[in-house]
Design a binder for this molecule. Sequence first.
Ligand code: UT7
Length: 328
Amino acid sequence: MQRPFAMITGMGHAHGSRLVPNEMLEELMDTTDEWIVTRTGIKQRWWSEEGEYASVLAERAARNAIEEAGVTPEQIDGIIIGTVTGDMKFPSTANFLQARLGADNAFSFDLSAACSGWVYGLSLAESLIATGKGKRILVVGVEILTSMTDMSDRSTAVLFGDAAGAALLEVSDGQAGLLSTYMGSNGKLAELLWAPSGGSRFGITPVVRAAGKEHLLMKGRHVYTHAVRAMADATQQALDLAGLQPEEIDFLVPHQANIRIIQATVERFGFPQDRVIINIDRFGNTSTASIPIALDEARRQGRIKPGHKVVMTVFGGGFTWASGVIQF
Ligand code: UT7
């Protein structure tokens, strides 16, 4: 069997209910709409309300994907969730989603790859389908980053939104599907973007709190530099593995972390602006959910159409990065 092994047959997305425009953040912290828009491209983001935890948003996104694909929850063979802000330490958020959906025949587990989690999950699901471990695998990226953000740290508090994106992956019809996937990581740079507490190394103790290690911590400028390089390199890898040139690609779907990082990737490959999917202004950085949300919106708006080839590229904490080409 030759690629494509697996194709997306349904997608969905969901976000927290509380709309938070930049002007609202001006009231909460020492920041300005002008700084946020100029430095990041973000105008608003959606935060979770009470009760909107990871499996809740994951279920909303997943139900849309399943409905579009026209399958029942019992027909799903596996559920993979990329998340670092799951409902609890264990069991996995994927297990809770399995129960919520009634996907009684599915195996389920989470994977931890920060912003790259959904693309990692897609790559893994493709391999599972190619090796006959399942015919229908649901891949969800969900993050409730407000649950680990230090709201007194303006350098991170303005960036993130809470959201989920989902895709159902099924056996390819031989035309549409994943033409390439690529994954990379560098654990030596973990300390530039991490949430160190709450595990077996640093429990949440008064000492940890006093050291300021309770929340997500990011050295933004350093992360920025690595992100620009890794997003571009990963794009090239995805194109090479698919045997495609940039001009053969209909849309670039980059991770929505910072409009300036997106622009750097766009410039390197010469993609015209109208072939780049950007929604960071409305969602902020939704981490692992950012690419599936952008894909789902663009499909539902009729921008990405059947037959189109899309390259996606992402970079995240860990460090992790990933990319791929999808033919819709
Ligand atoms: O999602 C995956 C991984 N994450 C990323 O890819 C994020 C990568 N990094 C970035 O996007 C950018 O580094 C940020 C948007 C986080 C920050 O932008 P920057 O241009 O790198 O700013 P900076 O951190 O160098 O800070 C510049 C100034 C500082 O003031 P001084 O020291 O120059 O006086 C900050 O204190 O901006 C200040 N600043 C703010 N001012 C107003 C930082 N945050 C804010 C804020 N409002 N929210």
